[in-house]
Each structure stands twice: as C-alpha cells, then as structure tokens.
Design a protein around this ligand. Structure first.
Ligand code: ZN
Length: 78
C-alpha cells in the first residue's frame, strides 16, 4: 500500500515551477501543493483535486469538467 503522503510528494515532484499552483476543475479553487489531496490522469492530462469529493464528482462527469477547463474564459451559448 502506498501512503497518502508519498503519493502527494510524487505529484509535487512531477510539477514544473509554474505548475506549483493548480486549479481544482470541480470547485475551481486554486490549489497549492499543500491543498492537493487527489490527482487523476484523464485523457493524458493530469487534474488535481482539493478533496475526495471533488475527485468523485469529476469521475461522475469528467467531460463536463474537462470541457469547462478548456473553454475557460470563452463561454458560449450552444
Ligand atoms: Zn475541490
């Protein structure tokens, strides 16, 4: 079993300097390395979450959150 602490350490080591602050795609909270609780790779991209709850929500509707992350700043009526 991998401990929670070492998982988080590995996440941080993966991050480049400018990625030290990331955004939770579900609650849109800015996360610094101390706040990241969970991460997930979806379509080759890594997402970070403040809580298990946000991770679970992302897994329920990943396309919603991936889409909103990509089109951030340009909201369109469909
Ligand atoms: Zn969150």
């Amino acid at each position: 079993m991998t401990s929670e602490a070492s998982v988080i350490t590995n996440i941080i080591e993966d991050m480049s300097a400018e990625e030290r602050t990331v955004k939770d795609p579900v609650c849109r909270m800015k996360l610094d390395e101390r706040r990241i609780k969970k991460s997930l790779v979806h379509n080759g991209r890594k997402y970070y979450f403040c809580s298990v709850g946000c991770l679970a929500e992302f897994q329920r509707h990943p396309e919603d959150y991936v889409k909103s992350a990509q089109t951030e700043g340009e909201i369109k009526d469909v």
